[in-house]
Ligand binder design. Structure first.
Ligand SMILES: Nc1ncnc2c1ncn2[C@@H]1O[C@H](COP(=O)(O)OP(=O)(O)OP(=O)(O)O)[C@@H](O)[C@H]1O
Ligand code: SF4
Ligand SMILES: [Mg+2]
Length: 401
């Protein structure tokens, strides 16, 4: 049994055992309104365990779930985005030593679409540009090139003020729930901040009711609003991060390694919660992880990144069953075989090259068993195969993979 299967089993067990994912599907139709602040379902918390979430938040607050998992237009369209960082030495050093500016291409020509209500996962080794893509999408970085369209609008065509209402619909959950929550603020203020910033609810009572509904939505108690972040476990803190991200009624969540700082059992709870919320609220996710078992569980489509570019982009089932790119195969071959079946597992070979001095042609060629002269000189472009997978590899194109 592979790690992916094991992790899937773990998640399924969690769903049947009163974990957040154990919320019956009928719970999605339960209604909690600000005027009815009592939880629709109250499970007494057990030590170390989280409550089941009240999963009907958006309907309860009158915010329609994204109407449109069937909408033909993708919610997010990313078109050839790139981001370079200026990592030059200080000006005086450069003048004295006659050195040019140094640019690091963290992301170099990434394109993808995410249909409404679906999850695109990005995977790749450390430093391949996953977080930079995430930050470009939510506006924390300005692209050096390319465009991000959200719900049909090119965000780069809008002034910051005009983009603000759309930005409120795009929120991000970070890896470290310890660093992303202000330790000096009460939970009530942490979660209410986006509501106040975006002026979504005017009355203090309304804000408080919304905060309490959000807490119940992520499986915490309304009374937790009076606590501080340090009074929660890691998994509970990530629930607080999710509640805060949901506070501005987003339609799109960018999740950057949201569970990698958590224990495996807590990871499963948080992932299941995120999936329940996605289904209840019609959310669209960009999910970043280096853990292929997690990616297999959460994604509909997967993009594999290498040195700032997507080298393979395919529906999950195709990518895991029939990986084409040598790098994707290398990543999948490295998943431990926990069944101890004796199947050889090959660790990921070689190291990621220095992004300041990337290899010529296909940047994967120094590590690739199929590299030839063409690979060393010509950069492969993403090409769409007959089953819809997109792969950037000369060997795949030439049928020698
Ligand atoms: N603000 C910055 N200034 C300079 N270089 C940066 C900056 N942010 C990222 N980089 C560089 O850009 C590249 C991509 O970084 P990024 O954080 O996007 O990778 P990642 O795939 O998220 O890695 P990890 O899995 O370790 O989180 C790396 O080489 C990194 O050092
Ligand atoms: S283009 Fe060449 S070097 Fe790059 S992955 Fe394909 S075979 Fe390997
Ligand atoms: Mg990162």
């Amino acid at each position: 049994m592979s790690l992916i299967d094991r992790f899937g089993e773990h998640l399924e067990r969690g769903r049947g055992a009163g974990s957040p994912a154990g919320v019956p599907s009928s719970a999605a139709s339960e209604v909690t309104t600000p005027a009815d602040p009592e939880p629709t379902r109250s499970l007494a918390p057990t030590a170390g365990a989280d409550r089941s979430p009240d999963i009907s938040l958006n309907n309860a607050l009158g915010a329609a779930a994204d109407p449109a998992p069937q909408h033909p237009e993708p919610l997010v369209v990313v078109e050839d985005i790139a981001k370079s960082f200026d990592v030059s030495e200080p000006w005086l050093n450069r003048v004295i030593e006659r050195k040019p500016r140094t640019l690091l291409r963290a992301v170099d020509g990434v394109s993808f679409e995410i249909p409404r209500g679906r999850t695109l996962a990005l995977v790749g080794e450390s430093g391949c540009g996953k977080s930079t893509v995430a930050r470009l999408l939510v506006g924390l970085y300005k692209p050096s090139r390319g465009r991000v369209h959200f719900d049909g609008t090119d965000l780069s065509s809008l002034s910051p003020a005009a983009a603000r209402p759309l930005r409120a619909q795009m929120q991000m959950i970070f890896q470290d729930p310890y660093a992303s929550l202000n330790p000096r603020w009460k939970v009530a203020d942490i979660i209410a901040e986006p509501i106040r910033v975006h002026r979504l609810i005017a009355s203090p009572d309304g804000v408080r009711a919304r905060v309490e509904a959000l807490l119940r939505h992520v499986g915490l108690a309304a009374a937790d609003a009076e606590k501080y972040p340090h009074q929660f476990s890691g998994g509970q803190r990530q629930r607080l991060s999710i509640a805060r991200a949901l506070a501005s009624q987003p339609r799109f969540l960018v999740c950057d390694e949201p569970t990698s700082a958590l224990d495996v059992s807590v990871q499963a709870q948080v992932l299941n919660l995120m999936r329940e919320i996605q289904q209840a609220d019609g959310l669209t996710y960009l999910f970043i992880s280096h853990n292929l078992a997690v990616v297999h569980h959460v994604s509909d489509e997967v993009g594999v990144m290498y040195l700032g570019r997507i080298v393979e982009l395919a529906p999950k089932s195709i990518l895991f069953e029939r990986p084409r790119h040598p790098y994707t195969r290398m990543l999948l071959d490295a998943i431990p075989d926990t069944r101890m079946s004796g199947t050889a597992r090959t660790p990921v070979a070689g190291e990621v090259p220095n992004p300041l001095n990337p290899p010529s042609g296909c940047t994967f060629h120094p590590r690739c068993p199929l590299a030839n002269d063409r690979c060393r000189s010509e950069r492969p472009l993403l090409q769409t195969l007959s089953d819809g997978a997109k792969v950037a590899c000369h060997a795949v194109e030439e049928g020698r993979s």
